[in-house]
Design a binder for this molecule. Structure first.
Ligand code: PGA
Ligand code: ZN
Length: 415
């Protein structure tokens, strides 16, 4: 199948945080259309590709107008062909000229267009004729850090994930139960709880870390006895946000404690052991490859040690991490690198190197389901998307629809 581009349009729209982004729309010669608007992060890794061109969102809009001329009559029959053209259009190695809001907008809009024109689901356009097992949803239920103005717990996210769900529907609906239980228990135990939630829809509490973990474990235990689904608990420390480059300490604003590298390592290991945690993301800042290796060694392979800011979906960083055994899992966020094919290759190099793949949303999301297709296309092990808020639910709903339409192929097992 060959798709011929007729027109590329860009509109300034807003993400779930109300920050501007660009909705890219591509129309083909045969009159089909594909669309996408890129999400944005708040705890952004310093090695991420830049989201915007030099002159900001207005500059990005102008670049899409330029893309309209560049891509007029351009034909492609694979996603890689289209993405290579975006790279040529940018002219550099990492979308510094056009920004990832434009590059990923173009790339996912092209994937959407091709799957519409070809009448195939987007995950098959990206990943080929595969029958993927569904990823395990991993959901932020209690949040702090930068996503909650540093006024809640210092840990950015406490996450839950079902371990023995029979289908994605079973996995997602039982996760929603945990999410609801957490708010019930917060209403009972946190007298300042007003039902407040953070950017990603996770509950925000004024309780201590200790009490927060108790609430999450109690919620998980109750759901297990009610519906029979067992859960694991995870954390995203988002340590690059805690790290002070000048004084070389991790600053815990809420608890008023500073930890140097060694103290941080011991603190994380204790936290994991004490609270029976099976998933720990960014336990250290984005430059500490040896620290990640050491923590993985100490925790063993039963605990996923996951790099987000460390890897930024970048193939060379992932390859380095695999050779150093810096963790055993990687976060994949398409807007960290800026196109679908590079994201696909990054997750393939991770899984070929024995790392688990966690496809993830951003805290500022847009109302598109495309990330769900990407997760299936790369045969991701986990799908890190909060359980509520429309821009997140649309992604879970997409997986539910695919499951209903084509039948369940079960959910991944890691533990
Ligand atoms: P961000 O954070 O989307 O705000 O960058 C999410 C994360 O750290 O996983
Ligand atoms: Zn993270």
């Amino acid at each position: 199948m060959e798709v011929k581009v007729r027109r590329v349009e860009g509109y300034i729209v807003f993400d779930s945080r109300g920050s501007p982004t660009i909705e890219v729309s591509i129309t083909s010669e045969r009159g089909f259309r594909g669309r996408f608007a890129s999400p944005s992060g708040k705890s952004v890794g310093k090695y991420e590709a830049p989201p915007l061109p030099k002159d900001g969102i207005l500059g990005a809009k102008k670049i899409v107008d330029e893309a309209n001329k560049y891509f007029h009559n351009f034909s492609f029959s694979t996603q890689a062909e289209f993405d290579d053209a975006i790279k040529r259009f940018d002219g550099g190695p990492r979308y510094e000229r056009i920004g990832t809001i434009v590059s990923l907008g173009l790339s996912f809009a092209a994937a959407d267009l091709a799957s519409n024109e070809g009448g195939i689901p987007m995950y098959k356009w990206i990943g080929g004729d595969i029958k993927p097992t569904f990823p395990i949803p991993i959901c932020n239920v209690l949040g702090g850090g930068k996503h909650a103005l540093n006024r809640s717990i210092d840990i950015q996210e406490i996450l839950v994930f079902p371990l023995n769900a029979r289908s994605y529907r079973d996995a997602y609906t039982s996760t929603l139960e945990v999410y609801r239980k957490v708010s019930e228990l917060l209403s009972d135990r946190d007298m300042f709880f007003t039902g407040g939630r953070n950017d990603e829809g996770a509950w925000v509490t004024t309780l201590t870390d200790e009490e927060a973990f108790d609430i999450v474990w109690d919620s998980v235990d109750r759901v297990r006895s009610e519906v029979g689904v067992k859960f694991g608990v995870g954390i995203d420390m988002a340590s690059s946000s805690l790290w002070d480059v000048e004084s070389k300490v991790y600053v815990y604003r809420r608890s008023g404690v500073n930890r140097d590298r060694e103290e941080q390592i011991e603190y994380v290991i204790d936290l994991v052991k004490k609270h029976n945690i099976q998933y720990v993301e960014d336990p250290l800042h984005e430059d500490d490859f040896p620290g990640f290796s050491y923590i993985r060694k100490r925790l063993g392979n039963k605990v996923l040690v996951v790099g987000d800011d460390l890897y930024v979906t970048n193939i060379s960083r992932i390859k380095l991490g695999i050779s150093e055994r810096a963790g055993n899992a990687v976060i994949i966020k398409p807007n960290q690198v800026g196109d679908v094919s590079t994201t696909f290759q990054a997750s393939k190099s991770a899984s070929e190197g024995g790392f688990k793949v966690v496809v993830s949303h951003r805290s500022g999301e847009t109302h598109y389901p495309h990330l769900a297709h990407l997760a299936l296309a790369v045969e991701a092990d986990m799908f890190k998307v909060s359980p509520v808020y429309g821009e997140r639910v649309i992604k879970h709903n997409e997986l539910l629809l695919i499951e209903d339409l084509y039948g369940s192929r079960g959910v991944k097992r890691i533990w």
